[in-house]
Each structure stands twice: as C-alpha cells, then as structure tokens.
Ligand binder design. Structure first.
Ligand SMILES: [Zn+2]
Length: 99
C-alpha cells in the first residue's frame, strides 16, 4: 500500500507529513496524529533504521484510526487502535480492497 499525501476523514483534510524521526514522551515512535492541526506525521527512520513500506503503511493506518476514533466519538484506547490496525491491515492489504 502506498501512503497517500492526504486523506479525508469526517470532513477533515488530513495531511501526511514525513519527519526523519519521531518520539512520544521521549520514546521513539513511527507515527503521531495531530488532529487539531489535521496532520499525521510518519517517521522515515526509527532508532536510525529506515522504515519499510509495510511499517509506514501500518503506522499510517494506526494514526488514521486514532483520528477516526476521535472524529466519530468512538473513544478507542491505544490497545483498541493497535488491535484494529493488526486486524484491518491484512484485511485491506491481502484482499487489495478498493471501494
Ligand atoms: Zn497509537
């Protein structure tokens, strides 16, 4: 899956921006969602190692799920977002789904 430059979620135009590396509370991470700025940030590397296309795609899906959860008042916690990412990525990827 190729990560798009932007996506629409519930009327928001969310831009996908790449950074050399990212961290959350001092811990390296692969993606961050900033809903107030309509932006998802993805890391090009984690701890100096370049991310694979699959890692970027799953990070993108994960951050998009955080935004979907917020905009649709689903209140998914981190565990649920991660579980959905793990469930949905192979479902979308292996079935090459396009709607
Ligand atoms: Zn998360």
């Amino acid at each position: 899956m190729k990560v798009p430059k932007s996506i629409r979620i519930a009327g928001h135009e969310i831009k996908i921006v790449y950074k050399d590396s990212l961290s959350s509370d001092g811990t390296p991470c692969v993606g961050l969602a900033f809903l107030s700025q309509d932006r998802i940030e993805l890391a090009r590397t984690i701890e100096g190692v370049p991310l694979s296309n699959d890692q970027l795609a799953t990070a993108f899906l994960h951050e998009a799920l955080h935004i979907i959860s917020t905009l649709h008042s689903l209140a998914f916690n981190e565990k649920k977002v991660t579980a959905l990412e793990v469930a949905l990525y192979p479902f979308l990827h292996e079935n090459k789904l396009k709607f």
